[in-house]
Design a binder for this molecule. Structure first.
Ligand SMILES: C[S@@+](CC[C@H](N)C(=O)[O-])C[C@H]1O[C@@H](n2cnc3c(N)ncnc32)[C@H](O)[C@@H]1O
Length: 419
């Protein structure tokens, strides 16, 4: 493809993504579907350039002010993640001069917001929560997330999967905390490998694996994954139950549950019962009240712990959207709690780093429940589940994962026992 044609496509894609009316990953994959002729390298350049703009949007918008022509083209030029010579071949003489001038700007001397690239409300909240760790977090958010796999322990052993991957020339090392995880170097294509097609592994961030380990369901138990979505955690829970007992995978989205079906088929699990519910007070939930041993609430949240993968979320969320989510989170947690039998375990989790969606929801729930639920120590539960270094993963009683500290996405989880 002619260099300028690729730059034009990057401009067009940025136009679409920066409207922020749907998630960036969906816009990018729709774009690729309508441009089928694009090769692997071209797709990589377009996607990475887009994500670089999303990560550092304030900086690039500031730098782009000085140029001429379409704003999105200038953003694409500044954030270009493809071959440099190729980019130069696409640029006019004045554009090349402008680029050289902008590249000479000392970025470390720019105002703070152009260095953290966060909306003000989010920067203020994170600074208040993190203090000195704010800047290490900001830096970690500009890195791309590693590729983690979860070994399906119902079917395979971690060492055997690592060996099969090594035979395919893929370097995969055990994850530092999860006993089920492998961290893969680079971003190799995995979906044609035998270990993947026969269900020995699933792609899953180590942080997500730790949430299932915290839930720790046992053989023969009755378990509910209340917000199962496409079933990432359902599959981990089902394998931990050794394909025994009954695991209900609930979600209000039929579309997401449909994505669980092929994964379930690969996994070899037959103890999973997916069911679409109308809302958290659905009749089905009422019928199971008091009968369940373990409930995982992987609540809908802002996703602000996943900014390495989804940098658009910082521009798509707002204090108002967080407030709306909080209402939903509290309602789902209260309803899910009714499912538990005495002695049963409840886990509330999010992939948000905000206290409003985490500790605040948990303390409101604990206060409302009185003595009906006893808070459990996440560190103790994780240790029992053979997680290494569990003490370093918690704040007080709660699991608190951060990209800059743990190399995982940002996650939170609290656990209780029904008394
Ligand atoms: C964080 S995602 C779940 C991700 C999933 N557990 C996984 O591991 O792949 C939250 C899910 O909650 C679902 N949801 C939203 N409102 C709900 C409700 N009232 N009851 C149950 N699920 C709900 C959403 O459809 C979404 O799939």
């Amino acid at each position: 493809m002619h260099p300028n044609a690729l730059l034009e496509l990057a401009t067009d894609l940025l136009h679409k993504v920066l409207q922020f009316d749907s998630p960036a990953d969906r816009v990018v994959s729709d774009f690729f579907r309508t441009h089928r002729a694009l090769g692997q390298r071209e797709r990589h350049t377009l996607a990475e350039t887009t994500y670089t703009v999303l990560r550092q949007r304030l900086l690039y918008q500031h730098l782009a002010q000085s140029g001429k022509g379409e704003m999105e083209r200038r953003l694409a030029v500044l954030a270009w993640q493809g071959n440099e010579g190729f980019l130069r071949a696409a640029l006019s003489e004045p554009e090349q001069q402008w680029l050289a001038q902008v590249q000479a700007v000392d970025r470390s001397a720019l105002p703070e917001k152009l260095r953290h690239n966060l909306p003000e409300w989010l920067a203020d909240t994170l600074k208040a929560q993190l203090g000195d760790e704010f800047w290490p977090l900001v830096e970690s958010l500009n890195e791309s997330a590693p590729l983690d796999l979860r070994v399906n322990t119902f079917k395979a052993k971690r060492e055997d999967v690592a060996k099969a991957l090594a035979d395919a020339r893929i370097d995969a090392q055990p994850t530092p905390y999860s006993p089920w995880g492998l961290r893969v170097q680079g971003k190799p294509a995995l979906n044609k490998l035998d270990v993947f097609t026969r269900g020995d592994v699933e792609v899953q961030d180590e942080g997500s694996q730790l949430l299932s380990l915290l839930t720790d369901p046992k053989r023969g138990e009755m378990v509910v994954d209340f917000c199962a979505g496409a079933g990432g955690k359902t599959l981990a829970l089902g394998a931990a139950m050794r394909n025994t007992g009954r695991l209900y995978a609930f979600d209000t989205s039929g579309h997401r549950l449909a994505a669980l079906k092929p994964r379930l088929a690969r996994s070899g699990l037959s103890n999973v019962y997916p069911a679409q519910i109308a809302h958290e007070r659905d009749e089905r939930i009422k019928r199971l009240a008091g009968k369940i041993d373990r409930v995982l609430v992987d609540a809908p949240c802002s996703g602000l712990g996943t900014l390495r993968r989804n940098p658009d979320l910082k521009w798509r969320q707002s204090p108002e959207s967080i407030e709306e989510l909080r209402v939903k989170q509290a309602a789902i947690l209260a309803s899910a709690a009714r499912l538990l039998k005495p002695g049963g375990r409840l886990v509330y989790a999010t992939c948000s780093v905000l206290e409003q969606e985490n500790e605040a929801i948990v303390s409101e729930f604990t206060a409302a429940q009185g003595k009906a639920f006893r808070t459990l120590s996440a560190a103790e539960l994780l240790e029992k589940a053979h997680v290494s270094g569990a003490e370093g993963l918690v704040r007080g009683d709660f699991l608190r994962l951060w990209p800059h500290r743990h190399g995982t996405d940002g996650f939170f989880a609290a656990a209780w026992e029904r008394t």
